[in-house]
Write a protein that binds this ligand. Sequence first.
Ligand code: M6R
Length: 369
Amino acid sequence: EKGGYDWFMRKEIFEQPKAVADTLLGRLGEDGELVLDEVRISTDELRRIDKIIIIACGTASYAGLVAKYAIEHWTRIPCEVELASEFRYRDPIVSPSTLVVAISQSGETADTLMAIRHAQQQKAKVLAICNTNGSTIPREADAVIYTHAGPEIAVASTKGFLTQVVACYLLGLYLAQVHGTKFGDEIKAVLAELEALPGQIQHVLDSTTDQARELAQELVDAPSVLFLGRHVGYPIALEGALKLKELAYIHAEGFAAGELKHGPIALIQDRLPMFVVVPPRGRDMLHDKVVSNIQEVRARGARTIVLAELDDSEPRPYADTLIRLPSVSTLLQPMLAIVPLQVFACELATLKGHDVDQPRNLAKSVTVE
Ligand code: M6R
């Protein structure tokens, strides 16, 4: 059933173009507008939403962190992201005008389930983003958007993550449509970008997989690997580090690049591997700031592995390895940047002789709190 692959994880990584395409399927209307029929919360109720809280665990929470940037940008509705295991224990402020979005691949994660029950007691509306039909979380939620990734067997989430981000983006655009914070043409433009994504993910798989394998060979004995990102690249740094921890059992940490000087830079010593996600060049300062962060860490001896746009030559002088990504807008880049990081973790764990699909101490769905 692994379709000729050595691991389910590898199969699932390579299924991502299709998983993303399937998640988008049927959601774009004839004129390119957004159709989200399954959101069973009325447009009147959605118009009253004045706060969004995303709750999730692990990788799903990083999908939520990526989505926060997009949702706030498009809807102007404040959006918090909270770990499900923390939410319930801090007396959270929720009301009937709060939309709680629970993200869960399995739909069975106990912490997430308990958090949505808590939110419902406070009369919040709960929308689930879930991959497993008929599982507990979507059954208890007021509404659900299914990610159509197909079964995810490997413990490490890959296509689950990508499709969660896509589903959150669809929700964000839908809310922007309902709240009138984005015009139809702007929404259609983002939808067209999302439609192009499966082809671009395929391109990343085709063009970076060998490079990720070679890197894994080179770094197989690294005791620690750091990941840096800014803006939506920050959750990608966290997710890249999580993949490496859970599969390769080595110390890995993701940082917001702007935090370097506030502590983490002290960790850098000779040849410490650091992955850095460089945002696309744009009108804001994001790109240049990250390029100077790479310069800083390189000057202190880090071995830099830089993920940057195809024709972006600026990071080249400071990159020991340059991984090229297709040019897309800032908000779409996470869905491309994560792919080589997934492959890298899978390769490194394989080289170390670990069971990639069933890492030690972990379960696919965590049904205890
Ligand atoms: O099924 P869920 O999406 O609710 O699972 C949440 C986390 O347990 C899960 O993403 C976990 O972090 C993965 N093993 C990460 O690869």
